[in-house]
Design a protein. Structure first.
Length: 276
């Protein structure tokens, strides 16, 4: 039996060799690691059901554990193939050059590990990066998958989620403050405008009534009195649709009450005799 296991199927000098025992050890390692990962996923699912951990955190930990098992399998396979690890000393300069070439990839990998370990961003969080608001669908080791408000799936390098300026809306309070700027014509009844804007906000089912919406007289513009409707909502991801609904409702309320929304205009004064 020992002779059978030691039978050499392939050899690469003194650096590596494939024996029957190598195949056996690799197969056993694969089976053990596979069922260990299955057990880890099952444990994570039970922890979620028991309320001990949230879905996003469980996914992150499971992903990190998967990558650790993958590296472990590669190392065990190299040992089973009797690889002489001194070969890596010889290949050192080549590996350094290769490492410099994939520096950005390595940066993404490190960022992915940071994201998986630290709970700064989780699956199902709403984030804003580079001016794009998106829902985090998956956090990988090098890249993450997000979905924009338009339903577009995007792949983002992990370093953008770590090193770039990023807003995680999900870490804010459940209720967040938003605003809709509105301009009305000079001579408008500002108290009526204020009343209409607040009534519109109260009518929308995605606007929180506590805290109550209110109106700010922002400024005297070039051609309008600039007001701003301030409101709170816990519907962060579709908030642009909420704002759009409010603008439609404001336009309808203004038309019914003869409130004019002005357009930019300039008065031209011509001095007598300046034109021939």
């Amino acid at each position: 039996m020992k002779d059978f296991l030691d039978y050499e199927l392939w050899s690469f000098g003194e650096e590596a060799s494939l024996k029957v025992s190598s195949i056996f050890y690799i197969a056993v390692s694969f089976v053990v690691i596979f069922f260990t990962y299955r057990w880890a996923k099952r444990l994570a699912k039970l922890s979620i059901q028991a309320g001990r951990i949230d879905t996003g955190r469980a996914y992150a930990v499971t992903q990190l554990f998967k990558y650790i098992l993958a590296v472990t399998f590669v190392v065990l396979s190299l040992i089973a193939l009797h690889v002489d690890f001194r070969i890596f000393y010889v290949l050192g300069p080549l590996l350094i050059g290769f490492g410099l070439g994939i520096q950005q990839v390595f940066n993404d990998l490190v960022s992915g590990i940071i994201l998986l370990i630290e709970p700064t961003i989780r699956v199902n969080d709403i984030v804003e990066v580079d001016g794009i608001v998106a829902l985090v669908k998956e956090i990988g080791l090098r890249t993450s998958k997000v979905e924009s408000r338009e339903g577009i799936a995007m792949i983002i390098p992990n370093h953008m989620l770590v090193s770039e300026k990023l807003i995680n809306w999900s870490t804010n309070d459940a209720v967040t403050r938003f605003s809709v700027p509105v301009g009305v014509a000079y001579g408008s009844d500002v108290e009526l405008v204020k009343k209409l804007l607040i009534e519109v906000a109260w009518k929308h089912n995605k606007v929180i009534t506590n805290p109550s919406p209110f109106v700010i007289f922002r400024d005297f513009g070039d051609s309008s009195l600039n007001m701003e409707l301030i409101f709170w909502s816990n519907h962060i991801f579709p908030i642009e649709q909420v704002k759009s609904d409010l603008r439609f409702m404001i336009d309808e309320a203004f038309r019914k009450n003869n409130v004019t929304i002005p357009f930019p205009q300039r008065d031209l004064h011509v001095k007598s005799g300046s034109l021939s």
